[in-house]
Design a protein around this ligand. Structure first.
Ligand code: FEO
Length: 405
């Protein structure tokens, strides 16, 4: 079994690797995940930060015992009530018998809802931003992170170690043999970090901006960020913080996503021509067939794409179900500052483009072209409007991106 790891003097990773996770409530996790937990040993008190999913409890306790006798843990910090971190908590509380459990007020309420009456017997102590707990040579300073991404979410800063334990923030669903950012494959790591942001944190971007500002105003040094998922940031802390700011502010590249579903390849042909128009103007273009592209990958590509083109033929006065799935998912994640347009083929009714335009408007996407509809099968010369739509989107991308600089 993989040994625990001392990530700072007296601070140990005691998490688990979940290599087989492939779905996190609709978010495809092709690289699995990790559930990170940490033990911090002070000269007077020892603390456990978070637990793991119940499925991995035995492995977690085995690793924990290599670092410390569980009965010597004085405190538990519960950063977040979601089950991937708190699932094992009742069993861990029985094992550790902590003197205190520190948590935010909404976390107390959430734990009561999750675990019922037993929670009332636990030695809970509510903490908030600025509250501190001294461990002997190490001090925990709590920083509430409400709605990043649940009301109960909380970060903890270990002052003497300049270590931020950031719960879901800065995390990745990424199981790997490496525990640190500088050991991991950089491209994969940043892809998984962006995917996590796009699929979990994106709707809370305005709150994220305020939290990043708040942390900056605290004027604290952070030389390590230890999230509850994925690898630990020790070399690239400034890079991941600035990526978070970029994503939260809706900064984009000269990039577009053309996402479509198709019935008999007409809308697919249209998608290719929209993409040709975009590419003819030098826009980096991702063409995503929804029959083979998962909605969580589409939103990941949309994260830094200024342009969005959605295509579907009309089916039963609507659009195809895979497009409905994408629209529902993306709408909930509320990407900002996008430009876009819709297209699709039809036979008799031709509702899909009108409906997709309404959805784009509902997503506050600036519509830069009225849309292209083609009856049944595109004929010679009919595809030029699709190419021109690509050019129109490209123009809007460059205009918006020039303003952001
Ligand atoms: Fe990783 Fe929101 O739990």
């Amino acid at each position: 079994m993989m040994a625990p790891l001392e990530i700072k003097s007296g601070v140990f990773w005691v998490g688990v690797l979940d290599w087989t996770l492939r779905d996190f409530h609709g978010y495809s996790t092709e690289k699995g995940s990790t559930y990170n937990a940490y033990v911090v040993k002070g000269s007077e008190k020892n603390v456990l930060f978070d637990t793991v999913k119940t499925t991995h409890y035995d492995e977690f306790v085995q690793r924990l015992r290599e670092v410390i006798d569980p009965e010597k843990i004085n405190y538990i910090v519960v950063s977040h009530a979601e089950m991937d971190h708190s699932g094992s908590l009742p069993m861990v509380v029985d094992l550790v018998k902590p003197e205190k459990i520190f948590l935010s007020k909404p976390c107390k309420e959430a734990l009561e809802e999750h675990f019922g009456e037993q929670v009332r017997q636990w030695p809970l102590q509510i903490v908030g931003t600025g509250d501190e707990v001294y461990l002997g040579g190490k001090t925990i300073s709590f920083l509430e992170a409400r709605m990043l991404h649940w009301p109960d979410s909380m970060f903890s800063y270990i002052k003497e170690d300049r270590l931020l334990i950031s719960n879901d923030g800065f995390g990745q669903h990424y199981s790997s043999s490496e525990r640190f950012d500088d050991e991991a494959d950089w491209g994969e790591l940043m892809h998984q970090t962006a995917k996590y942001y796009a699929n979990i944190l994106l709707p809370y971007s305005p709150i994220m901006i305020k939290k990043l500002d708040e942390i900056a105003a605290m004027n604290i040094e952070i030389d390590m960020i230890a999230p509850d998922h994925g690898v630990i940031w020790r070399k690239h802390v400034p890079e991941v913080v600035s990526a978070y700011r970029r994503w939260a502010e809706g900064m984009c590249q000269d990039k577009a996503v053309v996402a479509y579903d198709t019935m008999w390849h007409s809308t697919e042909t249209m998608a290719r021509h929209v993409a040709e128009g975009l590419m003819s103007r030098g826009v980096s273009t991702e063409v995503m067939d929804l029959r083979v592209s998962h909605h969580s990958d589409v939103i990941t590509e949309m994260l830094e794409a200024r342009g969005i083109a959605l295509g579907s033929p009309t089916l039963n006065t609507g659009y195809l179900p895979r497009m409905a799935d994408l629209v529902c998912y993306v709408k909930g994640l509320r990407p900002i500052k996008k430009v876009g347009a819709a297209f699709g083929s039809y036979g008799w009714g031709c509702e899909s483009v009108k409906l997709l335009n309404q959805e784009l408007e509902a997503m506050k996407v600036k519509i830069v072209h009225p849309g292209v509809k083609i009856r049944y099968v595109p004929r010679e010369g009919e595809l030029q409007p699709c190419f021109e739509m690509g050019i129109a989107i490209a123009g809007a991308i460059y205009e918006a991106n020039t303003k952001q600089k």
